[in-house]
Design a protein around this ligand. Structure first.
Ligand code: NAP
Length: 297
């Protein structure tokens, strides 16, 4: 008979950092019977007051529920908790939902470990901060066997309504997580260089931040368009010709040097676009920069 994990079912949460505590609270609020375990047990006090059961060790926590959600610092912490004789003794027949941020190779390793020990395994990558969890649009990427996804769907829906199932290949969710992290950190560095530009001209950083928030949704649409152009290998100019970006990044670098502010980011950006110019891509869509970036050198 197919197992169902719904309201009232037992779910274990391992790892009570900022994110794990939030996951356990959401499960309690949704009516699940929650068992928790954390390396530092004091972090469970508030959850126990809300109705969670604190297990004495990780193996007992896993034995208490058909499904265990693990959300700890990294892959090393995951293995330190799971790869013990006590856990290997109890995990067979259970389902593990990994919400620790790990790499694609680490996800494949953990999936193989779970399979060797008779457990089903799904990998999730949370794309939100703890205070943003549990909302109708909270984005979480997941990958793993479809039957495991079906089993875990009610639990995932408690954590966020914006679930993207990326298929059976276990590395898919962490791969997309790394890719979105690249986008985010590129944006953060660009944003902070913009702060230095604003400061160098005596303009308010609050005003700059509000402008960035305003342009972000349309910029998202623009990036989706550029991504689709790369996907179809069509670099004919449709929105933004490369020559504009060659000029813009050269201007960013020159202005930073004139203002005496840190020029590391614009120098990096303009060097890439100069390569596009040297390769003759000026009159192609800006997305053609990917042809420069496909060269590992
Ligand atoms: P955190 O507050 O730093 O908590 C880390 C957790 O890992 C704690 O429960 C800690 O236990 C445990 N831990 C660390 N090393 C361990 C070890 N060697 N053995 C056993 N337990 C260990 O982190 P968090 O914010 O909850 O994040 C947890 C995961 O969620 C991370 O992979 C993170 O990338 C991901 N995530 C977080 C956010 C966010 O905004 N917070 C957003 C998306 C994804 P102790 O309490 O004993 O130290």
């Amino acid at each position: 008979m197919t197992q169902k994990i719904n309201k009232g079912s037992a779910v274990t949460v391992i790892g009570l950092g900022a994110m794990g505590i939030t996951l356990a609270q959401l499960l309690l609020a949704a009516g699940y019977k929650v068992t928790v375990w954390n390396r530092s047990p004091d972090k469970a006090a508030a959850l126990v007051a809300e109705g969670a059961v604190l297990a004495p060790d990780a193996a007992s926590a896993i034995a208490a529920s058909p499904v265990t959600v693990i959300c700890v610092y990294n892959h090393t912490a995951t293995l330190a908790i799971l790869d013990t004789p006590a856990v290997r003794n109890v995990i067979s027949g259970r389902t593990l939902l990994q919400l620790t941020t790990i790499s694609p190779a680490e996800a494949r390793f953990t999936a193989a470990w779970a399979k060797d020990n008779g457990a089903a395994y799904m990998n999730g990558s949370i794309q939100a901060a703890p205070s943003q969890m549990g909302r109708p649009d909270t984005p979480i990427l997941v990958s793993g066997e479809e039957a495991t996804y079906t089993l875990l769907t009610p639990v995932l829906q408690v954590f966020g309504g914006g679930i993207s199932y990326l298929g059976a290949a276990i590395g898919a969710a962490p791969t997309m997580d790394l890719a979105t992290l690249s986008y985010i950190y590129g944006s953060v560095i660009g944003f902070l260089h913009g702060v230095r530009i604003s400061e160098s001209e005596g303009l308010g950083v609050d005003q700059y931040a509000a402008i960035v928030a305003g342009i972000t949704p349309t910029f998202g649409d623009f990036l989706q368009h550029e991504g689709n152009m790369i996907h179809t290998s069509n670099f004919q100019v449709t929105e933004s010709p490369m020559r504009i970006s060659i000029e813009a990044t050269a201007r960013l670098e020159a202005t930073a040097r004139e203002a005496g502010i840190n020029a590391a980011f614009p120098a990096f950006a303009s060097a890439l676009f100069k390569k596009a110019a040297a390769a003759g891509y000026e009159n192609e869509e800006v997305a053609a920069l990917i042809k420069v970036m496909r060269d590992p050198a």
